[in-house]
Design a protein around this ligand. Structure first.
Ligand code: HEC
Length: 135
């Protein structure tokens, strides 16, 4: 069959519709019910910047890529575990000695990030040859 411009146009329209359909059948954003204090979270953002967490972590998909995306870490891990990870460090993450008052603010900031966004968190396996593979 010869590919005429009309045929191509119909094919592209069809492709567009199928692609749009697949996007819209993805599950919509979850509705979060968490409450957070916006002014404490704003102070927490400064703590986040002070310790330069963004250099290794992403929020809403943006930031450094050494560590995982932390947008929804607040609902993935509980506060005690988050505190433990930050205080003692894990693998390539250094330990941070963050005073309790700063930690409370930082946590409020992570709570706000969790309530306001859904990031596509992915888990990877590191293969023996150093390459990574999505779980
Ligand atoms: C030098 C890079 C680096 C910096 C700076 C850094 N992290 Fe990390 N962080 C990592 C890495 C890498 C991991 C993943 C460790 C692993 O499990 O392999 C991680 C893991 C975490 C986790 C656990 C995430 C999960 O889902 O398991 C939390 C929470 C976290 N970091 C918070 C912070 C906070 C808050 C700061 C700023 C105070 C910070 N990190 C600064 C590298 C960093």
């Amino acid at each position: 069959m010869r590919i005429t411009p009309t045929y191509l146009f119909v094919l592209l329209c069809f492709g567009f519709l199928v692609y749009s359909f697949t996007i819209y059948i993805k599950p919509s954003q979850q509705i979060k019910t968490q409450q957070f204090d916006a002014s404490i979270a704003a102070e927490g953002k400064l703590i986040w910047q002070k310790y330069n967490c963004q250099s290794c972590h992403q929020l809403y998909g943006l930031g450094g890529y050494l560590g995982p995306d932390l947008t929804n870490v607040y609902s993935r891990k509980n506060e005690t575990i988050i505190k433990g990870i930050i205080g003692s460090g894990v693998r390539s993450m250094p330990a941070f000695q963050i005073p309790d008052d700063e930690f409370t603010k930082l946590l409020e900031f992570l709570k706000q990030a969790d309530a306001s966004g859904n990031a596509d968190y992915r888990n990877y396996n590191v293969l023996p040859n150093g390459m990574i593979e999505m779980q």
